[in-house]
Design a protein around this ligand. Sequence first.
Ligand code: PMP
Length: 358
Amino acid sequence: MSATLDQLIATRIRQDVQGMHAYAVQDSRGMVKLDAMENPHRLPAALQKELGERLADVALNRYPGERIDDLKAALARHAQLPAGFGLMLGNGSDELISLLALACDLPGATILAPQPGFVMYAMSAQLQGLKFVGVDLTPDFELDEKAMLDAIALHQPAIVYLAYPNNPTANLWNDATIEKIVQAAPGFVVIDEAYQPFASRSYLDRMAKHEHVLLMRTLSKFGLAGVRIGYMMGPQRLVQEIDKVRPPYNVSVLNCEAALFALEHEDVFAAQAAELKRERARLQAALKDLGLKSWPSDANMILVRVPDPAASFEGMKARKVLVKNVSRMHPLLAGCLRLTVGTAEENAQMLAALRSTL
Ligand code: PMP
């Protein structure tokens, strides 16, 4: 006799999965959406039309083929990847983080990352049955060098993640500390440069000195969050090994063509990033004028401390402005909201909404 649905779920779905909450995306219709570090700009109308024609011409009846190789070559050019390094594609860097855990799935392996940090590192460990070790940042959100080195020595992690800049604190790490971590790491170090379009430094030039460093980027913050293209770069042979666990057709032909089109117009996105960096500076000054503590940012987000984060979050939401309340994510983030940098108009609306809640 076949089992009931309740029995099936109770006995055939992993216990820890049953205990999880699904990743919830908030309904943002009609809202000023400043919760997820998206680029607020859409493609200019003329380019939208041109892209539409390009996409109409894509052979949807075929599995992704050579155009994927074209995209990998275009991304390598875009990133100025040195010769001898390889590049693999993910359906967003979220997928790359999962694939890396899958490839490193040794019994008892550990993934280590500073905390507070991007949640997917811990989630990828949990889902692959790996151990996750989070090492607290200092109260001003710097890497705690000694704590990181001690934890690496103790746990011998298969992977160390360093988001550079970090999410949600938006800062870059001290470069001498990174080098010490890289020297000490017995496994891979992944430098996650999701926010590279807004950052003042990159690890790319230093990557070539190390055989165990991988560099991850995404087109999401560049302006194509909906297109879901992430890429990971590292020594060719290493990337080839990790690429073996990738589902063969993980990037769709439409996503691939849209990304290729966007890279042909990278100057448009570079101008948008430059404008967002100017807006970031204006926003930081305005937050200071409101008497609020915010931290320096090398990303398209700003972490700010407010007297009552829940009241500010709800008050802003009631005024149709959506930000992220990160105050309960980690004790170091007590009182904090994370604000995505939007257009001048959106930022003005956001500031007015925030002011009214203080
Ligand atoms: N890395 C970091 C540090 C992030 O903050 C994010 C997204 N918020 C990602 C990776 C994932 O980006 P995506 O899957 O859109 O490429």
